[in-house]
Design a protein around this ligand. Structure first.
Ligand SMILES: Cc1cc2nc3c(=O)[nH]c(=O)nc-3n(C[C@H](O)[C@H](O)[C@H](O)COP(=O)(O)O)c2cc1C
Length: 369
């Protein structure tokens, strides 16, 4: 390779690695626009994925309901579920019109409903169809945004390294340059989708081998990564790390990503109370448009996870009667008081000065409720 070409390749590699370095996985029913808005308040830079949206839902359903999102969410990738190149191309054009930063094709979902639609993980058995689908999408967006594929390392008994290597080799011919690999097989017969996220063993070494075999492509590792320490350990070995359940279940774990992994070492870390306040304002806006607050609060119940009083705060925000009767400011004020009161109780029980005590405010438990 000539020096110019090498430089170009290096720049391309850097651009790729910064785009996909750390991301939150697509999760049906979880990573809707409200969840992504919440996550974006905690990490400014990580790439966020939508839930899977099927081509049928876009071609025959309410497009705005599925594709509308807040401009704050960028960078945001739309994940599509489908298997017809023509349909996928139409949906790719929609994704471009709606301003998504990437289109991702789901080749990893093992649910029976998805299998009946002949997409998701069963597409791994049809690499040439995936290649043609990718090519149709790339053409539909004239190469202006990347088309990526999220897949498993195998399906049922097809679980040799050669199987996933050949899949990647074929699909890359369609113009996919970034592969997000959930590093376990999908067992389509006999395991529920939930079991399929835990039982088939993780084999990250397959992803490392893919990287060696296809140095011109980017590979993002997904599956079982829970902590910042694990992200940090994997990042030098792969183009990026995608986190699913751990990001949703402990959203504050995203708070260190920008500084630790995404080049924002100098910027201030987010603060929980400010994020809470911003979410209060966001929920009030949506409530005024007729949305029940629970549609949003459900995503943020773990904001104070592991913190003193976090459980009480969560209880208030998930209490259906409080959610229906209180105004949004009242709801958040109640949750805050409950948290601080429980924090004080915990501090008194353990005989330690609470944060409030350290501030020198002579608080009693009754003053907080
Ligand atoms: C509730 C839930 C819904 C999911 N929905 C999708 C989906 O729509 N598309 C997809 O590609 N993967 C989906 N997944 C799989 C995740 O994207 C991810 O691959 C998987 O959870 C493994 O990553 P983790 O161990 O970090 O959670 C879903 C996972 C969960 C827990």
């Amino acid at each position: 390779m000539k020096t110019d070409q090498k430089t170009q390749q290096n720049q391309k590699d850097e651009a790729k690695s910064s785009t996909w370095r750390v991301s939150v996985a697509p999760m049906l029913d979880w990573t809707d626009r409200h969840c992504r808005y919440f996550h974006r308040l905690i990490t400014q830079r990580a790439l966020l994925y939508t839930e899977m949206v099927t081509t049928g839902a876009l071609l025959y359903g309410d497009v705005a309901r599925h594709l509308d999102y807040s401009s704050h969410e960028h960078p945001v990738a739309l994940q599509l579920g489908g298997s017809e190149p023509v349909d996928l191309a139409c949906c790719a054009r929609l994704a471009l019109e709606w301003g998504y930063d990437e289109i991702n094709l789901n080749c990893g979902c093992p649910s029976p409903r998805v299998q009946r639609g002949a997409f998701g993980a069963c597409l791994m058995a049809e690499p040439s169809r995936v290649r043609d689908s990718v090519a149709a999408m790339v053409e539909a967006v004239s190469g202006t945004i990347p088309v990526t594929v999220k897949h498993r390392i195998g399906v049922d008994h097809e679980d040799s390294y050669g199987f996933v290597r050949d899949f990647v080799g074929t699909v890359s011919q369609g113009g996919c340059e970034t592969f997000i690999v959930h590093a376990r097989s999908a067992w389509l017969d006999g395991l529920s989708p939930k079991e399929n996220r835990d039982i088939p063993p993780l084999r990250p070494e397959f992803v490392l081998q893919l990287r060696r075999d296809f140095p011109e492509l980017a590979f993002v590792l997904n599956g079982g990564i829970k902590t910042g320490q694990q992200i940090g350990e994997w990042l030098p070995q792969v183009s990026g790390v995608m986190v699913g359940r751990a990001a949703y279940q402990d959203p504050w774990s995203l708070a260190t990503w920008d500084q630790e992994f995404l080049g924002s070492a100098d910027s201030a870390a987010p603060e929980r109370e400010i994020v809470e306040e911003q979410m209060g304002a966001y929920i009030a806006e949506w409530k005024a448009k007729g949305l029940h607050p629970q549609a949003i609060t459900r995503h943020m119940l773990n904001l104070w996870k592991g913190q003193p009083g976090g459980r009480r705060w969560r209880q208030v925000l998930s209490d259906s009667s409080l959610l229906s009767t209180l105004s949004v400011p009242e709801l958040f004020a109640t949750a805050r008081r409950a948290r601080l009161s429980a924090e004080l109780d915990e501090a008194m029980e353990s005989n330690q000065p609470s944060q409030l005590g350290q501030l020198g405010q002579p608080l009693t438990a009754s003053a907080c409720v």
